[in-house]
Write a protein that binds this ligand. Structure first.
Ligand code: GSH
Length: 240
């Protein structure tokens, strides 16, 4: 496969895990060569380069993350993973399996919007501090109604095998890992309560964390720590 020699360029914000992390995890697990453009070239140069591409590229993306692979420029996290999956050996070969993987990833994307809206329920242009009352109200509903529904669905979606799509790891498993990590960071009390009901997600999380390439990545400076600029934020006052 010519694709095996491709050097990828990831375009994403340099100071957060965010949605870019789902792509980073796939590249890291596969040991694929890539440049994390905004991080490697610094916010002063890398971010302007990223924003410029959003203006000038043919079929310009709406928002990061996006990935350059040769002449292809792919945006939307789930589409990037759909594109990378076969190239990196991170999805099974069958059409039905690939559609299922994509469906799960799109549902995770929906969940991420809801996670984001807990701290930005009114407008992305406002600071969290300017929408705290609404954030509190929204998070209450999110934790009580949406987290059990989403994570309960994901728990059964990943099946009973070693990994979500069977014996071999796929990008879905890496995303499950990231969702569990993120939720533990943002809502530790809720997760402590809920994890009893999510044994398969926790098992996949643990298996992914132990994979050599992932473990090396997590221990490296390439893994940005969770913080209060990303999607998963810890505001203890929201988790009442
Ligand atoms: N559906 C897109 C969402 C992309 C997105 O919302 N990116 C954020 C960062 S995680 C962003 O920079 N958005 C800018 C904007 O919406 O104006 C995906 O899953 O990749």
């Amino acid at each position: 496969m010519a694709a095996a020699r491709t050097r990828y360029a990831l375009y994403y914000w340099p100071t957060i895990q965010g949605r870019g992390e789902f792509v980073r995890l796939a590249l890291e697990e596969a040991g694929a060569p890539y440049d994390d453009i905004a991080r490697q070239h610094g916010a002063g140069k890398g971010v302007p380069a990223m924003l410029a591409l959003m203006k000038t590229a043919r079929r310009a993306p709406f928002a990061p993350p996006f990935l350059r692979a040769g002449r292809s420029l792919v945006a939307q996290t789930a589409s990037i993973l759909q594109f990378l999956g076969p190239r990196l050996g991170l999805v099974p070969a069958g059409e039905a399996e690939r559609l299922w993987a994509h469906q799960i990833q799109l549902t995770i994307a929906d969940f991420l919007i809801e996670v984001h809206d807990t701290h930005h329920p009114i407008a992305v242009s406002l600071y969290y501090e300017d929408q705290r009352a609404e954030a509190l109200r929204r998070t209450g509903h999110f934790l009580k109604e949406r987290v059990p529904k989403h994570l309960g669905w994901l728990e059964q979606a990943v099946g009973t095998g070693r990994y979500a799509l069977g014996a071999r790891v796929s990008y879905v498993d890496l995303s499950v890992f990231q969702v569990v990590e993120g939720m533990r960071y943002a809502f530790p009390r809720t997760m402590k309560r809920m994890e009893r009901k999510l044994p398969r997600l926790v098992a996949i999380h643990d298996r992914v964390a132990e994979r050599p390439n992932v473990a090396a990545y997590l221990a490296s400076p390439r893994r940005i720590a969770f913080n209060e600029m990303g999607i998963f934020r810890r505001y203890p006052e929201l988790e009442t």
